[in-house]
Design a protein around this ligand. Structure first.
Ligand SMILES: Cc1cc2nc3c(=O)[nH]c(=O)nc-3n(C[C@H](O)[C@H](O)[C@H](O)COP(=O)(O)OP(=O)(O)OC[C@H]3O[C@@H](n4cnc5c(N)ncnc54)[C@H](O)[C@@H]3O)c2cc1C
Length: 270
């Protein structure tokens, strides 16, 4: 079985999707939505209030647009979700630095994604070095209650991966909530939420696949002690528990899946 992890660069994909929609007849408006008026019946249009940036300035020109349907794909801080009173979700906070590496260092990540566990890099999530074609994304996550620790945890992953990141230059810094579960209401009338606005990322994120694929060997490699301890406890039967040091979120995503556990064990034997 070949394992692979798709790495997406939204800065490329979003433009591609936008251009394709345009070619297929969509009218593109470069704008920021500020509000949505909801009709009192199911036939009248919705009114979107937005700042039109087509003139090139950040502030934009205030405009309105009447529409029959609304798909809110406006991310974790969705205005559309607020407008339909979609309710809240618990979230993890993710922090990541995009780092451009010298060619020889980048070659190491050509077909490799790394995942790191341990209290120095994340107490309840995990940290990563993911290749993004011509640079790497180095980051970590932690649940909302610990979000004040995020910079300390980022320093932890930078320290762990320091040798492999030598000579790297930070080209972008990103920090964002990652929803942990869907919002209570995702479709109200003719308005639907998708993606982070809906809070569906954790279910489709592929964490289980991510964890049982190429990433696992590197969990093993970077934390042999933890892995060996887990394997020796559980190699004769389906593992009942995973080491505390893996962090609660990682353990939750790994437990309950015999396939993942088996795969992790077999990788460990290689
Ligand atoms: C550091 C970090 C690492 C991550 N790593 C992974 C990973 O390894 N694997 C994975 O599957 N997921 C990962 N995620 C989660 C993933 O990035 C999100 O689930 C995904 O980007 C959600 O896509 P989206 O289109 O729903 O929302 P977003 O990507 O947030 O896109 C929302 C879009 O809406 C626009 N927008 C927002 N508000 C308005 C407004 N008022 N008017 C007009 N436009 C607006 C924004 O400009 C943006 O273009 C990570 C997230 C972070 C922050």
């Amino acid at each position: 079985m070949t394992n692979s992890i798709g790495m997406c660069r939204r800065e490329v994909l979003d433009g591609f999707m936008r251009d394709r929609a345009h070619k297929l007849g969509a009218k593109l408006i470069n704008g920021t939505v500020h509000g949505l008026n909801i009709p009192t019946n199911n036939t009248d249009p919705y009114t979107l209030h937005y700042a039109d940036h087509s003139g090139g300035n950040l502030e934009g020109t205030a405009k309105t647009l009447q529409v029959d349907l609304v798909i809110g794909a406006d991310g974790a801080n969705s205005r559309i979700a607020k407008a339909i009173d979609a309710g809240d979700y618990n979230y993890a906070i993710a922090f990541q630095e995009r780092i451009s590496l010298p060619e020889d260092k980048m070659a190491y990540y050509e077909d490799l994604a790394e995942m790191y566990v341990g209290n120095d890099v994340s107490t309840d999530f995990y940290a990563w070095v993911f290749p993004k074609y011509d640079h790497v994304a180095v980051g970590t996550g932690t649940m909302k209650v610990h979000k004040a620790d995020i910079k300390k945890l980022q320093a932890g992953i930078r320290a762990r991966a320091a040798k492999r990141l030598e000579g790297g230059k930070i080209i972008k810094v990103e920090a964002h909530p990652i929803p942990e579960h869907p919002r209570p209401r995702r479709v109200v009338g003719r308005v639907a939420l998708v993606g982070d606005a809906a809070g569906t990322v954790t279910k489709i994120f592929g964490r289980r696949h991510l964890l049982c694929g190429q990433v696992c060997p590197h969990v093993c490699r970077s934390d042999r002690g933890i892995f060996a301890q887990w394997r020796s406890d559980s190699h004769r039967s389906r593992p009942q528990g995973l080491p505390e040091a893996l962090g609660s979120t990682v353990r939750r995503n790994l437990s309950g899946s015999g396939f993942v556990a088996a795969r992790l064990l077999s990788i460990g034997r290689d």
